[in-house]
Design a protein. Sequence first.
Length: 293
Amino acid sequence: MGLLAGWVWFGGAPGALAQGQAGAATSIDTGGDEIPIEKCDVLPVVRVKIDGTEMRFLLDTGATTILNLGSFTTGRSKEISVTSWSGTAATSAKEVRLPALALGGHELRDLRLPAIDLSPIGKACGAKIDGILGVDLLDRMGVTIDLKRQVASMATEPKEPTDAHAMYGQMEGEMHRCSEAFEKGDAKTLEECFDPEIVLYTPDGEYRGRKEAVEYLQKRFMKYAPDLCYRMKVQDVKSFGDALWYSYEYEITEPAEHLTGHGMSMCRRTSGKWHVLNLHNSQVVAEAAGLEK
């Protein structure tokens, strides 16, 4: 999900999925099949399609999915956790949005993945590598790698998250656009992120329904767009069928003040789409103004 300037978070904690962002997208199955594994020197490589364009990705079951910065130049810089065989570490990377990534008959949509310089890998094996296809996406698509036969076998059905944190990652990937909409002051897109029956509780009052919630956020925060900076840390996450409950701490800086506080949110998935159903936020400390709301 993303943010609601100091009051609402519609997304995961920074770095929750690069290690995570990748597995959070919508999966589409167009039939089981086998994908030939090629070689770049001794490294296993498969061909994937990124929004219709064919690219070469290294297979690595000990890493999370990463893009090559040389192949994906757009995106915004942020600190992201990247996992490889040597462990997990924070690194400065660009976050790139992919409308679609397809491997054989499986397609993942609306991915947000880290992009770093992978040129040393290409130089080492003698050909350009556009990314690393890691365990996060391989697991989501149910891929089995057979190096003896040199094929990657695809499951007939993509795997669905089985625990609360996996569901949270899926939801975060789909609703990350909501955070961007808030920061840009895009009320129309933000409204689509809310359930029609949303209830927004704030120290300023209670707002019911999409229209009331968005109008409040426009008047209170979105007038400062794009001069908004939001940080958030998820605390507890619980799932109830197709609904998610989670608590978080947040801070936001905008031209007038610096806000911090606690919150709880409930989201639910209906007809395959996530929406924010309930938001309840604590008192917020306005440090810059020296006031407590």
